[in-house]
Structure formats: structure tokens, C-alpha cells
Design a protein around this ligand. Structure first.
Ligand code: ZN
Length: 73
């Protein structure tokens, strides 16, 4: 009863579509900021928000809420 079949099941990765914002699924993103085309990541330790363009390179640049609030018209 020797099966030569190997378990070839691969780890199926969920492909991220180009029009999706995976970071929007995170609870640590300010949606109002993110919807204005910004990163919107929230630094939980300080409560600051990243206002760099979405999918920006490098690390986030967090600013205080008073700076982030002026972004949305
Ligand atoms: Zn960021």
C-alpha cells in the first residue's frame, strides 16, 4: 500500500489585485485619510497618521492629527 503520490499541495497565495488596497483591510488605517489618496497608516503608539501618498516607498511619515485633518477638503 505504498503510494508514490507526494502531497504536492502548494500554499495557495491570495493574489492581491491591483485595484485593491490591502492596507485598507487593516484596522490601523484611517479610512478618511486613505480615501484621499494617502497612506493613512496609524502609528498606534502615538496615534499619528501617515500622510504620504498611498503605496509610498520607504517608511511611513507620521504626523499629528491636526496635520492629517487638513488633508480632506
Ligand atoms: Zn505610510
Amino acid at each position: 500500500m505504498n503510494s508514490h503520490e507526494h502531497d504536492t499541495s502548494e500554499t495557495v497565495r491570495e493574489s492581491v489585485r491591483a485595484d485593491e488596497r490591502p492596507d485598507l483591510r487593516s484596522v490601523h488605517v484611517r479610512e478618511d485619510v486613505a480615501r484621499s489618496g494617502r497612506c493613512g497608516n496609524v502609528h498606534l503608539a502615538t496615534g499619528r497618521t501617515c500622510i504620504l501618498p498611498e503605496r509610498h516607498h520607504g517608511s511611513c511619515h507620521f504626523v499629528g492629527p491636526e496635520d492629517a485633518s487638513g488633508l480632506t477638503p
